[in-house]
Design a binder for this molecule. Structure first.
Ligand code: BMA
Length: 292
């Protein structure tokens, strides 16, 4: 199974009219709300400080951007180098953005909340340690909030009663040293997708040559610490020129895998510079995640 690239790719490019997004736009979250698609994307200008911009679309293909970022560094020394890699989870009637705060002491994972996807307020850090690729599940599991995160090089799971205190941290998915493409590091992509078979955990991995690829595994519906099946292969790797060359070469990196009708829309960045879309029937993704 392979995802099909959209013929209009790349859908979003850097915008030289806005200083803050003049060099790179990448790693977007996408959610559907009030009949529109909202994209929250990471953007960099010539200073390489990351902001989070917002674009709106009626069809998920053609986007109109807001003039200004919706989130910029605001925590002084903790994030003055940027706010990065948003993932957005609809939960409890609101939206939660998990993003990486990059500051004086490296980076750590933050959680913010919004009712309208434009005005964001911080909830707090998941932990003040080198960690990223964190994303909330869209519903409580066993009565508690659940989150995926990444303490290098593994994907971890943790739980919370209040989204502030996180416990029961444990690694659930690791690189496979003998398996070429995902032998070095793994991290979650977008919000896990609930299907009747369990949770689809979309993830990225890179190998010893720093080539980023995308795949998906199946987690148990009630106990997502349990990996039911993990395909040997991947479903997307850098092939197009804009995926092979950019700010960081050989990268397809996704923070959004949403279900639209009977399709999965995987939004992703090519080479940390532009944003594209690839799609696949949900039924094919489930088959891949359960049997290949
Ligand atoms: C990761 C993250 C992503 C980036 C990727 C490839 O560590 O920082 O933002 O897209 O590297 O450069």
């Amino acid at each position: 199974m392979r995802f099909q690239r959209h013929p209009a790719n790349p859908l979003l490019r850097p915008n030289p009219l806005h200083q803050w997004e003049a060099i790179n736009v990448f790693n977007p979250a996408v959610v559907q709300h009030n009949g529109l698609f909202y994209m929250l994307y990471r953007a960099q200008g010539v200073d390489y400080v990351s902001h989070i911009g917002c674009a709106l679309s009626a069809d998920g293909i053609h986007w109109n951007r807001l003039e200004k970022p919706v989130l910029s560094p605001h925590q002084g020394a903790d994030d003055y180098r940027g706010v990065e890699d948003p993932r957005v989870t609809p939960l409890d009637g609101a939206f939660y953005m998990t993003y990486t705060a990059y500051g004086a002491h490296s980076f750590f994972p933050m959680i913010a909340r919004s009712e309208n996807l434009i005005v964001w307020e911080d909830v707090g850090p998941l932990e003040r340690a080198e960690n990223k690729d964190h994303v909330l599940f869209p519903e409580k599991i066993g009565g508690r909030y659940a989150i995926l995160h990444r303490r290098p090089p593994d994907i971890w799971l943790a739980f919370s009663d209040d989204l502030i205190h996180w416990t029961d941290h444990r690694p659930i998915l690791s690189p496979r040293p003998d398996n070429g493409w995902d032998n070095t590091r793994v991290g979650a992509s977008g919000v896990p997708v609930r299907v009747k078979e369990g949770w689809l955990l979309f993830y990225h991995a890179y190998d010893q040559n720093h080539v980023y690829r995308q795949s998906v595994a199946l987690l148990d519906g009630d106990d997502p610490a349990r990996v039911i099946h993990r395909p040997v292969g991947f479903f997307l790797e850098p092939e197009e020129t804009w995926e092979l060359k950019g700010d960081v070469p050989n990268v397809v990196f996704s923070c959004a895998n949403i279900v639209v009708g009977d399709q999965v829309y995987l939004y992703y960045a090519g080479a940390d510079r532009v944003i594209g879309l690839a799609t696949a029937p949900l039924a094919d993704v489930v088959e891949f995640a359960t049997s290949s």
